[in-house]
Design a protein around this ligand. Structure first.
Ligand SMILES: Cc1cc2nc3c(=O)[nH]c(=O)nc-3n(C[C@H](O)[C@H](O)[C@H](O)COP(=O)(O)OP(=O)(O)OC[C@H]3O[C@@H](n4cnc5c(N)ncnc54)[C@H](O)[C@@H]3O)c2cc1C
Ligand SMILES: *[C@@H]1O[C@H](CO)[C@@H](O)[C@H](O)[C@H]1NC(C)=O
Ligand SMILES: *[C@@H]1O[C@H](CO)[C@@H](O)[C@H](O)[C@H]1NC(C)=O
Ligand SMILES: *[C@@H]1O[C@H](CO)[C@@H](O)[C@H](O)[C@H]1NC(C)=O
Length: 500
């Protein structure tokens, strides 16, 4: 082992010292300060008043960019390390950065069943505020730190997406500052083309400054059925049938633990419970959720009642299973009792403190991808993932692709059930190679008219990318709103070459 090898060995294998003594405590402080700030702002309800002024500030920055000659393109000033996605855009270093400091919930309208929020509002903030009022979002993506802006401009999914579609389908209006500095509102009735072009556009049509989202009544618990399956056939069939019945199952997911076994989970909201079956997942000493789920393979099927907010953030503490690779003994009972309350470390702090060596290792050995494929191709897709990656667990989440026009309108013209296959971790297949393997899977996904989530790296060429995503409406809006000089194309922000 050379010097380089030794240093990497120490960083990788003893990173836990740094994690436990620095990263975790810092994460707690960070969260606490932010929580306090939000609580004060909401109490004083000062956010709505200051909203207009903050939007005017964004407009001023864009106008200044025009006056300065508009010679570089614009992006938001949010630093690459602050986002949930593990990748950072190189363009953050060269483009004109517009500060969009909009972090508050503006209003909750119970009558119209809408919440109006600023783009940097996080899912954790939303559940904390709405659940006290008896409301929730129809699609509430898992991790606390995901933001409304990122979920609209990128995409967002949760286990209720087989009923409602992607996060964007539950949004009713967007407010944007355009390349000319003007403020525009768009919805199904007002500037509908822009409204449909915004999701997946990655900030390349304008800067999002507010969004209106639907809300639905919340109940206290989720009754969750764990259904272990021991053959590929039964896993795929059980999952597909559960997804096809949204009126029966409000939430559906599956964790695939191996080529031929996995646990399908179906769930419903409820206000009543059987007290002896309540599992408060958020207690810090509780096992990581996916580990808990795995036990049902040997215990057999069962059901539990989980407090609603705990259900929504069930994968947060272990970042699905990503934390396993950062703190390998994180699920050990002793660690959970001592440090569990500080977990997970903020992804942003992990990224901020990540050394080059770790980054490189991650890039070479870790796969982080979500592929959206028609649900009738699930079995075949699992074969491909098995052959090319042998990576488990895999996350399966069903989602309805509606006929709404835009980047991912269904090619066959009618709405269609899809499944998100999430692969996070270190592939075991001997031939795994980040670029070659990802390209192979991307090609398969294109061949079945599927889509790739773009927070992850895409290795597709621009031509392939345009075949995957329908650019018709997007191109039209880019032209109409004079975006060419102001913002790069989506491909120019998400392909592997522009990211470090
Ligand atoms: C470990 C991990 C777990 C994940 N889990 C989930 C999950 O459970 N469910 C799920 O749906 N997704 C998940 N994702 C992916 C997630 O959907 C994307 O990362 C998403 O884009 C949200 O990320 P963000 O809030 O950090 O947004 P950002 O990365 O900050 O934003 C995404 C893009 O949107 C644009 N943007 C953001 N705000 C604005 C604005 N105000 N104006 C203009 N443009 C803007 C920017 O171009 C930016 O590049 C996960 C990702 C990782 C890495
Ligand atoms: C979920 O609720 C619906 C009614 O809202 C009911 O028909 C269905 O049986 C419930 N499913 C489970 C698994 O409890
Ligand atoms: C699904 O895949 C498994 C494993 O490759 C295979 O044995 C089975 O025949 C497939 N089922 C269908 C319906 O294609
Ligand atoms: C792309 O979208 C346009 C306009 O919304 C539509 O007319 C066209 O059929 C779509 N193309 C494909 C391949 O689905």
């Amino acid at each position: 082992m050379g010097d380089k090898g030794l240093i990497e060995h120490v960083i990788v294998n003893h990173r836990w010292v740094f994690v436990c003594l620095f990263l975790l405590p810092m994460s707690v402080v960070y969260d606490f300060v932010f929580y306090l700030r939000n609580w004060i702002v909401f109490k004083l309800s000062s956010a709505p008043k200051r909203h207009q002024q903050r939007v005017a500030d964004v407009q001023t920055q864009v106008r200044k960019w025009i006056n300065d000659g508009a010679d570089t393109q614009m992006c938001t000033a949010r630093p690459g390390w602050a986002t949930v996605s593990f990748r950072r855009g190189k363009y953050k270093r060269t483009m004109r950065k517009i500060s969009v400091n909009l972090v508050d919930i503006l209003s909750v309208d119970a009558e119209k069943r809408l919440v109006r929020v600023e783009p940097l509002v996080s899912m954790g903030q939303i559940t904390a505020t709405l659940s006290k009022l008896g409301w929730t979002l129809p699609v509430l993506p898992e991790l606390d730190d995901l933001t409304v802006g990122g979920l609209i401009m990128g995409c967002g999914i949760e286990t209720s997406s087989h009923k409602y579609g992607l996060f964007q389908e539950t949004c009713v209006a967007y407010e944007l500052v355009l390349a000319d500095g003007s403020l525009i509102r768009c919805s199904e009735d007002e500037n509908p083309d822009l409204f449909h072009a915004v999701p997946w556009s990655y900030g390349t049509l304008g800067l999002l400054v507010a969004a209106e989202l639907q809300i639905v009544p919340a109940k206290k618990y989720v009754k969750l059925d764990y259904i272990p399956t021991y053959t590929r056939e039964s896993m795929v069939t059980t999952f597909t049938e559960a997804a096809a019945r949204p009126e029966k199952n409000e939430f559906v997911e599956c964790i695939v633990f191996g080529n031929d076994h996995g646990v399908v989970m179906t769930a419903n909201m409820t206000d009543t419970c059987e007290p002896e079956k309540v599992n408060v997942l958020s207690r810090h000493w509780k096992p990581w959720f996916y580990k808990h789920v795995e036990t049902f393979l040997s215990r057999g099927g069962s059901s539990e009642y989980i407090p609603l907010r705990d259900y929504y953030h069930r994968h947060t503490r272990s970042l699905f299973w990503s934390l396993q690779d950062i703190i390998s003994f994180g699920n050990h009972p002793v660690f959970r009792w001592l440090f569990g309350w500080m977990v997970p470390p903020k992804i942003s702090l992990i990224k901020l403190t990540q050394l080059e060596a770790v980054k490189r290792l991650y890039e070479e050995r870790q796969m982080i991808q979500d592929m959206l494929v028609p649900i009738n191709k699930l079995n075949e897709s699992l074969d491909i993932f098995e052959a090319e990656t042998q990576l488990y667990p895999l996350w399966l989440c069903p989602m309805l692709v509606k006929t709404t026009p835009g980047f991912i309108q269904p090619k066959r013209g009618k709405e269609e059930m899809f499944v998100d296959i999430g692969a996070y971790g270190a592939p075991k297949a001997p031939q795994y190679h980040a670029e070659t393997t990802t390209r192979l899977i991307e090609e398969y996904v294109r061949s079945v008219d599927g889509y790739q989530m773009l927070y992850a790296d895409t290795y597709q060429t621009e031509e392939e990318f345009r075949r995957m995503f329908n650019h018709t409406l997007y191109d039209k809006m880019r032209k109409q709103l004079d975006c060419e000089k102001a913002f790069p194309q989506v491909y120019g922000k998400v392909n592997k070459k522009v990211r470090e």
